[in-house]
Design a protein around this ligand. Structure first.
Ligand SMILES: [Cu+2]
Length: 320
């Protein structure tokens, strides 16, 4: 697995995790299921386990979206800081003391390249300790600024904290990259952040208009459709169903700790929305809780896995 290198980095932390697992086994198991924060740093003492377990249960309930502008708040006794003033994140290259530093070679449209970057802390040092969230220590989204060309990537980290992943931009233009991660500070504090940076891919840029709003989308014969109406400032459930090419419910497989992964990006500033999945399906529906930070148009990208292949269905959404 490409992630093994990164996951193997914080050896001392893993050992600590193992020790604590004996004390707070149930809690660690709950956290491992993929909601809330990652598994590297469980609470430092059992007294905090109760609060953390309550937090995990809250997440499992699903109604876990954070009110817009909530800012810093607490999960599992660790401080979590979200960037963005209204609940959207990813518009800033620095947030919560961390900075995204692209370090790679320039990218060329249609040519196999590599996306490379570091996350540096407020001491200008490359961060090497990350918590595993939704099965991965680092999630990277790449999209052109017209919201075409979406990619969801999981880079690997070298010992010096440089993350890299192969990337072939399909077309010229300005692309946006997002690094979605939870860093583990020296004192064990976990800080979740989504940082964004632009990447220039030289050549003529012919932006495409956003497709019309729709509640269903077809990819490789699979049709994904959702019900539910996102609202400004309120967490609302969106239920997605995927139909197989031959009809009937597609046999979804777990992907990133759930039966799907959803990212919503806002037209205009490319604000990134955290969307929290329910770990358990409702029949054949996968539920996500989404809070729209404001009115406008968004592009939602649903990753789902069938037969070992991950596909992405994209939807334009208008929030009134
Ligand atoms: Cu990911």
């Amino acid at each position: 697995m490409p992630e093994s290198e990164a996951a193997a980095g914080p050896v001392a932390v893993d050992r600590e995790t193992l020790r604590l697992a004996l004390v707070v086994g149930g809690l660690v198991l709950a956290v491992l299921l993929g909601f809330g924060l990652g598994r590297l740093n469980p609470p430092a003492n059992p007294a905090r386990a109760g609060a953390a377990a309550a937090g995990a249960a809250d997440s499992a309930g699903g109604d876990h979206a954070h009110a817009p502008g909530t800012g810093a708040h607490s999960h599992d006794g660790a401080t979590v800081t979200q960037g963005g003033g209204d609940g959207a994140t990813g518009m800033s290259i620095s947030s919560a003391g961390y900075t995204l530093v692209p370090t790679g070679p320039a990218l060329t449209a249609g040519r196999a390249g590599e996306l490379r970057f570091q996350i540096r802390d407020d001491g200008r040092r490359a961060v090497t300790r990350f918590a595993v969230v939704h099965d991965k220590p680092m999630h990277v989204i790449v999209v052109r600024r017209d919201l075409t060309g979406y990619r969801h990537l999981h880079p690997t980290m070298s010992a010096d904290g440089t993350w890299s992943v192969p990337l072939t931009p399909s077309d010229p233009g300005t692309w946006r990259m997002y690094a979605d991660f939870t860093a583990v500070a020296d004192d064990g504090r976990q800080v979740a952040a989504v940082l964004g940076a632009d990447l220039s891919v030289p050549g003529g840029y012919a932006p495409r208009p956003l497709p019309a709003p729709a509640t269903s989308a077809t990819v490789d014969g699979f049709t994904a459709a959702y019900t539910g109406t996102p609202e400004v400032g309120r967490s609302a459930p969106l239920k997605f169903r995927v139909t197989a090419p031959g009809g009937g419910a597609a046999p979804l497989e777990p992907y990133l700790g759930a039966y799907g992964h959803l990212v919503a990006l806002r037209e205009g500033d490319l604000g990134y929305l955290h969307v929290h999945p329910e770990p358990v399906r409702d029949g054949d529906a996968v539920t996500f809780w989404l809070t729209a930070p404001g009115p406008g148009r968004y592009r939602m990208f649903l990753d789902f896995q069938v037969g070992g292949v991950v596909r992405t269905a994209a939807f334009t959404l208008t929030v009134a």
